[in-house]
Design a protein around this ligand. Structure first.
Ligand code: ADP
Ligand code: MG
Length: 287
């Protein structure tokens, strides 16, 4: 049988958009020592806008860079892809589209191999880019992707996301509760550094590939800490499962919701504070 206070708390919380799917995890939420947040869509709104287009080859104009990138990104659901696709009116035909998880996307245009990829992908392939505007974008904490045709860099696109206005307050409150606040992201180090500083995180991990996210959670648990993971994407599902408490935030994806112990219906990171406070109050009454 479910103790009455727990049943009441569960019902009350649902009214406020806090859905408890696993009661044992909810109980664990009162003793959390570390919380790992996903960046995009969790601490930030996950709605990118294109801010810069930089040609990096004589034969490519700004329009070309955007046109090729947009053609590929039309076929991807990634928040970066949506922004790039929306920025272009032209839609060239793409064949053999494929996502490269945590790194980008690729396809064929007019028989040529086209990729839109992360700085990490270039580094792994020993490709160096020396461009002032690109360096500046990175130092400003922008998300940068590169457009490659037949493995040759043709241009870069800079994008900016918006930090949720509630993130800073949520992190401050959690830190007051003595909880370490961290962030995981597949995005570049400078963006991670910038977001981390803006919201006051204790620690961050950048350029983490999708399959490495749950490993990172394990590493934090190995420090002897009870860990919650907060995320919204398909990528985050294994990390949500690995964490002591998995929290899906916002509309998210079905996969994230199904993998979570707790679902925060509103996209408000302060609801993480609310659920912990509720867990503490609920189980205190029972003792
Ligand atoms: P996160 O969930 O932390 O935002 P992802 O693992 O989804 O990170 O993506 C990590 C990085 O991979 C992005 O910052 C971007 O550089 C690159 N990337 C992933 N998908 C795409 C895509 N469709 N187009 C361009 N870049 C992408
Ligand atoms: Mg994400």
């Amino acid at each position: 049988a479910i103790p009455l206070v727990v049943a009441v708390s569960t019902a009350l919380s649902a009214k406020n958009g806090l859905l408890i799917r696993d009661r044992t995890a909810f109980e664990k939420a009162r003793n959390l020592q570390a919380i790992i947040f996903d960046k995009t869509g969790t601490l930030t709104e996950g709605k990118f806008g294109v801010t810069n287009i930089v040609p990096l080859s004589e034969d490519f104009s700004k329009e070309d860079v955007l046109k090729y990138a947009a053609a590929i990104e039309m076929h991807s659901e990634h928040p970066i892809a949506k922004a790039i696709a929306a920025a272009s009116k032209e839609h060239m035909k793409v064949e053999e589209f494929k996502a490269i998880p945590g790194k980008g996307a690729e396809g064929k245009i007019d028989g040529k191999h086209v990729m839109v990829v992360s700085p990490g992908f270039l580094r792994e392939n020993g490709i160096k880019v020396n461009n002032e505007e690109v360096s500046r974008m990175l130092s400003e904490g922008k998300t940068v992707v590169y457009v490659l045709v037949e493995k040759e860099v043709k241009g870069a696109i800079g994008l900016a996301d918006i930090i949720r206005s509630e993130s800073k307050e949520a992190i401050a409150k959690l830190k007051e509760m003595g909880i370490k606040c961290m962030m995981l992201t597949g995005d570049n180090k400078q963006v991670a550094e910038w977001v981390s500083r803006e919201v006051g995180l204790d620690e961050y991990f950048a350029e983490v590939l999708p399959h490495e996210k749950s490993q990172k959670v394990k590493e934090i648990q190995a420090r002897g800490l009870a860990v919650a993971m907060v995320g919204d994407g398909v990528n985050d599902a294994p990390a949500l499962v690995q964490a002591d408490v998995g929290i899906a935030i916002g509309a998210g994806t079905d996969v994230a919701v199904e993998s979570a112990d707790i679902v925060l219906v509103r996209s408000d990171p302060r609801d993480v504070v609310a659920i912990i406070a509720l867990a503490k109050a609920t189980y205190k009454k029972m003792v």
